[in-house]
Design a protein. Structure first.
Length: 429
């Protein structure tokens, strides 16, 4: 995660050094400026994540510097925290009206500084770590699912192999016992035959004994041959079974891998469908009144919910918010400004058709402080928020305006719909 960068602007060297040390203890990189003019020069080439601005300084004071920073589109979105000994609701209101996100005392405690940085999204909070941990655990569980299924298939086949081998060996032992039993019986018959013919001449006795011995050898050879044949068949069967099992395991694993790939493709398709549905829903009801800033509190709340949903989908990319201005039917208000014309008045009788900000494309002109804090916090480094402000010429219409002979009420209803913010979601490639 990149190191956040803070700029401290204060004409007091001791105050600059003290705050620099406190910020570095919170893990921030810190740059120092001794005046508002020096800070503006610094910002021409640098883009810090937050600015701590002293109020009372020679030349350009802190509030003037804040006003200049917010007037520049390149620096308008940088959160500015007034760092001063000044107190009071009037001063705080004045600072926030010029674009500062808040006021912090120069004798701020370490825990208060941490909370301020946490509100600005510049220090890591435990909640973010837990979300990352949940995402990692889900990835591990999905990988473990494929491995456990494959191991289960292999284990079942191995159990079947061992059971078959055990049955064959048991059959071999039974067969060997039968062979031994037959050999013992044949030997007993031969001995009885020799005893019965003991009274015959020696030559006959010897021939009978030889015949019995030969018969015994033939029987023993026959059973030995049968034993060898069965043993070879068992070995061949085991080898064949091992080859078949290996092929079966390979087939099952391939099928499992294919199923996991299809599951991932299906999940990606469902994820994209969910993002499209969210984009459609988030663009409903984003029209704004003439006097309401485009990037206001209601839209800030919507964006907070949107980023939460995108985080649930493990989304990484950009969310672009584009502000369009409508062309309202206006009358002069007598104080140098404009107001909506009376609804029953004809459009041809309106003093002006347009928008007070139609010549401006500065984001800061349409940005409220609450939305500025959301925008600068960015909530999550994977979801990047970008703001675009279009002027009257660049703005497109969502609905057509009625004829100029229509009433101001009908015309301004169309202008209200066209005075809107559109949200586009772009996933990283």
């Amino acid at each position: 995660m990149p190191i956040n960068h803070a700029l401290v602007v204060d004409d007091s060297r001791s105050a600059r050094v003290a705050l620099k040390k406190s910020l570095e203890e919170q893990g921030l990189e810190v740059s120092l400026c001794s005046s508002g003019e020096e800070a503006l020069d610094f910002l021409k080439k640098n883009q810090p994540d937050v600015i701590f601005m002293d109020h009372t300084m020679p030349g350009m004071d802190g509030l003037e510097a804040v006003s200049a920073i917010k007037a520049n589109p390149k620096t308008a979105t940088i959160p500015v925290m007034m760092y001063t000994t000044r107190e009071g609701e009037v001063y705080v209101g004045q600072a926030r009206a010029l674009g500062a996100v808040g006021v912090m005392a120069k004798n701020v405690e370490a825990n208060q500084l941490f909370e301020t940085l946490a509100d600005l999204g510049l220090v890591t909070e435990r909640r973010t770590q837990e979300i990352d941990s949940d995402h990692d655990s889900r990835d591990v569980e999905e990988q473990a699912l494929g491995i456990s299924v494959q191991n289960l298939v292999t284990r079942i086949l191995e159990d079947q192999h061992l059971t078959l081998r055990s049955d064959i060996l048991r059959s071999q032992r039974t067969f060997a016992k039968e062979v031994a039993k037959e050999i013992v019986l044949e030997q007993a018959r031969a001995e009885e035959l020799i005893a019965d013919q003991a009274d015959e001449p020696s030559r006959t006795s010897n021939r009978t004994f030889s015949f019995a011995l030969m018969a015994f050898c033939v029987v023993a050879f026959f059973f030995a041959y049968q034993f060898k044949v069965q043993r070879d068949e068992v070995i061949d069967a085991l080898q064949t079974m091992e080859v078949e099992q290996a092929a079966y395991v390979e087939t099952e694993v391939a099928a499992l891998e294919q199923a996991l790939v299809q599951y991932g493709a299906t999940g990606q398709s469902m994820r994209q469908g969910a993002i499209n549905a969210i984009q459609w829903a988030i663009n409903e009801g984003n029209a704004t009144d003439l006097a309401e800033p485009s990037f206001g509190i209601a839209l800030r709340n919507k964006m907070t919910d949107l980023v939460g949903h995108l985080n649930d989908l493990d989304f990484a990319g950009r969310v672009v918010l584009t502000s369009f201005v409508g062309k309202f039917c206006l009358d002069y208000d007598g104080g140098g400004g404009y107001q909506l014309a009376s609804p029953e008045k004809l459009v041809l009788e309106c003093d002006y058709i347009g928008h007070p900000e139609e010549n401006s494309s500065r984001v800061s002109d349409r940005l409220t402080v609450p939305f500025s804090r959301l925008y600068t916090d960015q909530l999550d480094e994977d979801v990047r928020i970008e703001l675009v402000a279009l002027n009257g010429i660049e703005s497109t219409e969502r609905v057509e305006y009625p004829q100029r002979t229509a009433s101001a009420g009908e015309w301004n209803a169309a202008a209200y719909t066209n005075n809107r913010v559109e949200i586009d979601i772009f996933a990283d490639e």
